[in-house]
Design a protein around this ligand. Structure first.
Ligand code: RBF
Length: 158
């Protein structure tokens, strides 16, 4: 379903309470920083509201979305971390860079989640323009960071 038809902050299921004590990590890209900071704030706020202790949320920053792969790999390999949220924003430009970056991140994160057998959440906005990114980072379509945090907690319940 397109985000146009679904608000990113509306969730179909309630979370159980058994995520307390889990340690999670967020890796966030600095490229398009205003957007990615809003994604990170949304994710962190949701984790805290859901009972994850602040001391159990580790955040690292990396330059651009392509580096989400290396950053997520570093975090996922750590035994003390139960799951990772990767946050970035790739905006279409005049060239095809957006496709190369987004495809690489999707492929890279799926390999990491399988390699370490723990959830690595794809919190990457892939938009046609800045307005679409604003709409999905706390604007009219909700916040992809919040949705990524919800998704991680759902996966940690399994
Ligand atoms: N990184 C992003 O996270 N979002 C972008 O929209 C984005 N656009 C880029 C456009 C170009 C032309 C280039 C060269 C890089 C872009 N990057 C972007 C950065 C990329 O993820 C990576 O950090 C760099 O390519 C590393 O040198």
């Amino acid at each position: 379903m397109a985000t146009e038809l679904k608000n990113l902050n509306e969730f179909s299921k309630n979370l159980s309470n058994n995520v307390k004590g889990k340690k999670v990590a967020i890796v966030v890209a600095e490229w398009n920083e205003d957007i990615t900071k809003a994604l990170c704030d949304g994710a962190k706020e949701f984790l805290l509201k859901s009972g994850i202790w602040e001391s159990n949320i580790e955040i690292i920053e990396i330059p651009g979305s392509f580096e989400l792969i290396y950053g997520s790999n570093l975090l996922a390999q750590r035994e003390d971390i139960d799951g990772v949220i990767a946050l970035g924003c790739v905006i279409k430009g005049e060239t095809k860079h957006d496709e190369y970056i987004s495809n690489a991140v999707a492929q890279g994160l799926s390999e990491i989640t399988i390699k370490y057998n723990k959830p690595v959440i794809f919190g990457l906005l892939t938009t046609n323009n800045l307005q679409q990114a604003k709409d999905r980072s706390g604007g009219k379509h909700g916040n992809k960071g919040t949705e990524a945090a919800y998704t991680l907690l759902r996966m940690l319940e399994l």
